[in-house]
Design a protein around this ligand. Structure first.
Ligand SMILES: CC(C)(COP(=O)(O)OP(=O)(O)OC[C@H]1O[C@@H](n2cnc3c(N)ncnc32)[C@H](O)[C@@H]1OP(=O)(O)O)[C@@H](O)C(=O)NCCC(=O)NCCS
Length: 159
């Protein structure tokens, strides 16, 4: 993914160590097409089925089905384009110190530079710190979707 969309692949460092990251992609479809073309999806699925990610066999099917549901609902509640904030995380020792706020603001700045007009994300509604982070950085609720683990809150922002 880093090779396909390097601009939105952000890392936060503290004392020389990586303490957080965020992955913004200006086009989700382009990433998905590249993942299929390069065989990444098939290698990942094969590795998961062979126990490569320490998942039980029954869990592998849940993960794969959830990925299919994610792809199928990827266009819902968008008004334009297919940019996405795919993931963000900060190491627990650095929580509450503004690292994620900086990552989101920098990601939106990068999207603006790439002339992206809308970015979408999905977050579990019960992930209170993430939902608060997104509201604080200008995202608003656009709708809800579901997968096998429950509800997703869909949020969008204009960079
Ligand atoms: C969500 C996450 C990325 C926030 O990272 P962070 O660096 O701690 O966030 P920040 O310090 O920038 O805080 C941003 C806002 O989030 C909210 N927040 C942060 N920690 C919180 C907590 N423990 N409880 C409630 N709200 C919290 C606050 O509104 C905060 O703004 P404020 O400090 O002005 O009040 C981090 O908790 C994390 O890595 N969680 C696990 C991975 C995850 O859930 N990712 C999101 C996937 S959708």
């Amino acid at each position: 993914m880093r090779e396909v969309e390097p601009a939105g692949f952000l890392g936060a460092h503290h004392d020389g160590a990586l303490v957080g990251y965020a992955i913004f992609v200006p086009s989700l479809k382009r990433v998905q097409r590249q993942a299929i073309r390069r065989g990444v999806i098939f290698r990942w699925a094969w590795s998961a089925l062979r126990g490569g990610f320490a998942l039980r066999f029954s869990a592998v099917w849940r993960v794969l089905l959830n990925k299919v549901l994610f792809v199928r609902s990827g266009n819902r509640y968008r008004s334009t384009g297919d940019a996405q904030l795919l993931n963000i995380a900060v190491v627990p020792a650095m929580h509450g110190r503004g690292v994620a706020t900086s990552l989101v603001r920098e990601g939106l700045r990068v999207m603006r530079e790439l002339r992206v007009r809308e970015v979408r994300l999905e977050v579990r509604p019960w992930n209170a710190s993430a939902v608060a982070l997104y509201r604080k950085t200008g995202w608003h609720e656009a709708g809800r979707t579901r997968d096998l683990e429950g509800e997703w809150l869909v949020m969008v922002a204009q960079p």
